[in-house]
Design a protein around this ligand. Structure first.
Ligand SMILES: Nc1ncnc2c1ncn2[C@@H]1O[C@H](COP(=O)(O)OP(=O)(O)OP(=O)(O)O)[C@@H](O)[C@H]1O
Ligand SMILES: [Mg+2]
Length: 365
């Protein structure tokens, strides 16, 4: 089931339903540069990302923002690109040009980021591999692939931390392979497994990134991160910190092992009910005890919408132990040992990126 891209990078992974005849021939910029459309890399919540070529045939990605994107978030995305430009990292997407469109389409803003072109995202590969084998089972990545990708995501985030930036949108759609990779799905195993010909990745999408606050000034609380990958402190109304992206990185590695979300709950009629059930699921799955001091910080902040009464009514022997429930084979234990090291409830006790890169699971790969 080998996948090959005969056309040009990214084409094989284009989102379904793109009507090429409806795409414009090119994106024209107010500086009179022109980029010719080859197709679509992906669609985000607030953008469409085109595959483009310049006049010399060089490939780029053109991220055109929709009206959903705020001026503020576009500015922050640009500032993050600018900081990275001053101090680039192999695992972080870099900007080629930030410009205005000459003729934006209805529903779109005139802002466009031209960046380097990557390959498919982890999400693209997982969805496609699942579809290839009939959409019933969810293929997973090998421990070595998770280790290698995890290490690179950790390096990228450690670098961002040094640049004083929080990413805050770590998820499988925002980690792309560097080039048009090939993959294979081995269905002879109890759990179908994805093998890749190249595991180099780039972290993309700085649309939700935030700069660190000035030293000494506390961060202001914001409801950040996608809900499934949201760190416990954010559910509890506690401001994000250098440890907040650490949680999502652990989650992503767990998701690559399982082939699907590790904490996913959609029960509840309202957003608040959904958040409540999601939070309870995380507590149970991690068999976590929430430290008193964290509950106190949450209370004082007055931003928490959760009902924490379930903690007192909880059966202390509810051994829904994360590792025992999800681990398929004892040989996978090193990954679970690492995930339990990373997915620590209290951000104060959660390891930093530097610490997790020094953990034996990631140290020698
Ligand atoms: N440089 C790139 N190379 C290849 N594919 C890309 C590139 N940039 C974005 N993509 C694809 O387009 C998708 C949407 O891009 P991006 O995540 O930057 O947009 P967004 O609107 O900020 O998304 P979100 O919904 O995560 O907020 C990505 O998930 C990825 O599949
Ligand atoms: Mg994205």
């Amino acid at each position: 089931m080998q996948q090959d891209d005969q056309q040009s990078p990214g084409y094989d992974y284009e989102p379904p339903g793109v009507d090429h005849r409806a795409l414009p021939v090119s994106v024209q910029l107010t500086n009179y540069e022109e980029y010719f459309l080859r197709g679509v890399f992906g669609q985000g919540g607030s953008s469409v990302v085109f595959r483009v070529r310049d006049r010399n045939g060089h490939q780029y990605a053109a991220k055109v923002l929709t009206e959903k994107a705020s001026r503020h978030s576009i500015q922050r995305e640009l500032e993050t690109y600018q900081r990275i430009a001053q101090n680039p990292h192999i695992n972080l997407l870099t900007l080629h040009l930030s410009e205005k469109l000459l003729n934006p389409s209805p529903g779109y803003r005139d802002d466009v980021f031209i960046t380097e072109a990557c390959g498919p995202s982890i999400k693209d590969i997982m969805m496609r591999a699942k579809r290839d084998i009939g959409n019933v089972q969810s293929p997973t990545f090998s421990i070595n692939a998770i280790k290698s990708i995890g290490r690179q995501v950790g390096e990228a985030l450690f670098h961002l931390e040094k640049l004083k930036i929080y990413h805050l949108d770590i998820k499988s759609a925002n980690v792309t392979f560097m080039s048009t990779v090939k993959y294979d799905v081995d269905t002879n195993l109890a759990q179908p497994s994805i093998t890749m010909n190249d595991l180099q990745i780039k972290l993309i999408d700085y649309g939700n990134s935030l700069p660190h606050s000035t030293p000494g000034i506390p961060e202001i609380y914001k409801l950040v991160q996608p809900q499934n990958l949201r760190a416990p402190e954010i559910f509890m109304g506690i401001p994000h910190s250098e440890k907040t992206d650490v949680w999502s990185m652990g989650y992503l590695m767990g998701q690559m092992y399982l082939g699907k979300s590790i904490f996913m709950s959609r029960t509840g009629a309202t957003q608040i009910e959904i958040q409540q059930s999601q939070f309870e699921l995380i507590v149970n799955r991690m068999n976590a005890t929430i430290p008193e001091e964290m509950i106190e910080v949450s209370r004082q902040g007055r931003k928490c919408t959760l009902d924490l009464n379930f903690l007192t009514n909880r059966d202390g022997n509810n051994h829904q132990d994360f590792s025992l429930n999800l681990m398929r084979d004892m040989s996978d234990f090193p990954l679970f040992e690492f995930l339990l090291f990373v997915l620590v409830f209290n951000p104060v006790e959660r390891p930093s990126f530097e610490e997790l890169l020094n953990h034996k699971f990631l140290a020698n790969c």
